[in-house]
Design a protein around this ligand. Sequence first.
Ligand SMILES: NC(=O)C1=CN([C@@H]2O[C@H](COP(=O)(O)OP(=O)(O)OC[C@H]3O[C@@H](n4cnc5c(N)ncnc54)[C@H](OP(=O)(O)O)[C@@H]3O)[C@@H](O)[C@H]2O)[C@@H](O)CC1
Length: 201
Amino acid sequence: MVTNGIAHNLFSFKFLSQRAAQAIDVELMSPSGGGFVFEQLVELAGLSVAQAITKEYSKDTHPRIAVFSGPGNNGLDGLVAARHLSHFGYKPKVYYPKRQDKPVNNGLLKQCTELDIPFVDTPESGLQDSDLVVDAIFGFSFSGEVRQPFVSAIEALKATQIPIVSVDIPSAWDVEKGIFRTLKKAERLKETTHELELMPG
Ligand SMILES: NC(=O)C1=CN([C@@H]2O[C@H](COP(=O)(O)OP(=O)(O)OC[C@H]3O[C@@H](n4cnc5c(N)ncnc54)[C@H](OP(=O)(O)O)[C@@H]3O)[C@@H](O)[C@H]2O)[C@@H](O)CC1
């Protein structure tokens, strides 16, 4: 879901607890439940993010998109979104500083590379000359204080004036209490994408 406006819309969202969000994933991937496999869910999540962006931000006005991908599955959603955004005619570039050597990660990296999507070394170079940033750093497994190498990425997101589209939740929010603790920060965020509400089922 992508919404215009900020604070007045935050309270019209339906938020899921961390436990509920994880339970939905388990249910979706259960053979007796949704029967989905992990890769399908990541693909659907990233595609949903890219589609949501096309609805809110035309490639004519916001062609250059920075994607910040984190170390977990939220970051994979970002890589998938980058690929679809490229197919949709946008010009994405990706900041992905902490990579896991797993088949799904490596496959998504390869697909982005083959589309000539640039990978940048710093958050600043990601944001430079970008019209919008996709925040796919942390999702529902984030906890505690932000650790490196993501401190500077979060600071860069706080400082930027371009629209931010967050996957699941704005990164570095306390998953359970963030909306109440960081409402001021949220008011600065332009957009929030809640991928879980876009999932099938
Ligand atoms: N699960 C699924 O099936 C599906 C999930 N999906 C998506 O994945 C998201 C959940 O994925 P996830 O569980 O990998 O968690 P996520 O928030 O991306 O990353 C956690 C990583 O961050 C790190 N980290 C944590 N705290 C930190 C800190 N304070 N400071 C710094 N680092 C910190 C920690 O890494 P570590 O530092 O421990 O190596 C950990 O590995 C979910 O929101 C949705 O978007 C969908 O694609 C559909 C299928």
